[in-house]
Design a protein around this ligand. Structure first.
Ligand SMILES: [Zn+2]
Length: 338
């Protein structure tokens, strides 16, 4: 997967025949990707020297895939990845660390850094647009929505789903995962193909909930446009966008909500269910009943660690409350009105 040549058909050391997916010779234990591993370690070293934690994580994650499970090297690199993950989780944004010193100059530097981070995020938001496969699948998606609401609305919905997906991509890259550009599935939404597995529940929750956070941002931007233009079109777009993100918060399987719940303890899941019930009391949306029932069943069949993550819990309940409120914007522009 990393080495374009792949492993040799026979072990260069002892001549044992090798199967396609092997990373080490079963006979003599020789590592088959030794060259690739060396260059990845070098890549990680350079990234670490530059203070690029995400870059170092990318290289180590790739190296991990080329090592036999349970080997000493595997354990050493896995431990290194865990340590770097903690570093990423501990720093909300790269610019925050520059704000430690309180002098006006360093504050200015931190401010410029924050703008840089913002621009970088903006760039990340649009990089996928250049990919032809993304454009093609996006156009196909828009085609299905077009038959329902007319093309301007279809374009708006697809763009808001795109912003949601880029939230995932940005979080994935912070943690050094290699994420492809989003692929749109007509009528359903979009997915991001991931080459590595996410094993840390807190990381999984953060990456999962990043989608609805960005989705909420897109819906709020639509409310801003509605406030300025008074066009019901933008109210409808904000409301439907928020509702699509609410759907993604279903605590089920690999949906964003399911991944958020992955990091929550039983008590935290029940708190989540309580906030969902409160939101239902205000807006009476059937989706919230479904979310609440699933949340309770997840709490009952709980197998997660008893500590859980309060960060994931706060993020989840805030998203439920905010997206429920914004989804009411649909009332300013009924879906039947085009
Ligand atoms: Zn998502």
């Amino acid at each position: 997967m990393t080495d374009p040549n792949g492993p040799p058909p026979a072990c260069p050391q002892c001549g044992t025949q090798l199967a396609p997916m092997m990373v080490a010779c079963p006979q003599c234990g020789r590592l088959l990707y030794a060259d690739a591993l060396q260059s990845l370690a070098e890549q990680a070293r350079i990234a670490t020297e530059k203070g690029d934690v995400s870059g170092a994580l990318t290289a180590w994650r790739e190296a991990l895939a080329l090592l036999p499970h349970g080997s000493r090297q595997f354990q050493v690199i896995a431990a290194r990845i865990t340590a770097l993950d903690e570093q990423v989780a501990g720093s909300p944004a790269p610019a925050a660390s520059a704000g430690g010193n309180r002098s006006p100059v360093s504050r200015g530097v931190a401010g410029a850094g924050a703008i840089g981070v913002f621009l970088w995020k903006l760039k990340a938001l649009f990089f996928g647009l250049g990919k032809l496969s993304t454009l093609a699948s996006m156009a196909l998606s828009a085609g299905v929505y077009w038959t329902i609401w007319g093309w301007p609305f279809a374009v708006g919905v697809v763009l808001s789903i795109y912003v949601h997906e880029m939230g995932h991509v940005i979080a994935l890259r912070r943690y050094g995962f290699k994420a492809g550009a989003p692929m749109f599935i007509p009528g359903l939404g979009a997915v991001i193909r991931l080459q590595q597995q996410i094993v840390n529940p807190k990381e999984d929750a953060e990456i999962g909930l990043a989608g609805p956070i960005y989705g909420l941002g897109a819906a709020l931007a639509c409310i801003g446009l509605w406030a300025v233009t008074k066009e019901p079109f933008f109210a409808a777009l904000a409301g439907l966008g928020a509702w699509i993100n609410l759907f993604n918060l279903l605590p089920f399987g690999s949906l964003d909500g399911g991944r958020g719940f992955h990091a929550m303890s039983r008590t935290q899941k029940l708190i989540g269910a309580g906030v969902v019930a409160a939101a239902w009391f205000f807006i009476h949306d059937g989706m919230l009943i479904l979310i609440g029932l699933l949340a309770i069943s997840r709490a009952i069949s709980d197998k997660s660690d008893p500590q859980g993550s309060w960060k994931a819990t706060y993020t989840y309940v805030t998203l439920i409350a905010a997206l429920s409120a914004v989804s009411m914007m649909r009332l300013h522009a009924p879906l039947s009105a085009q």
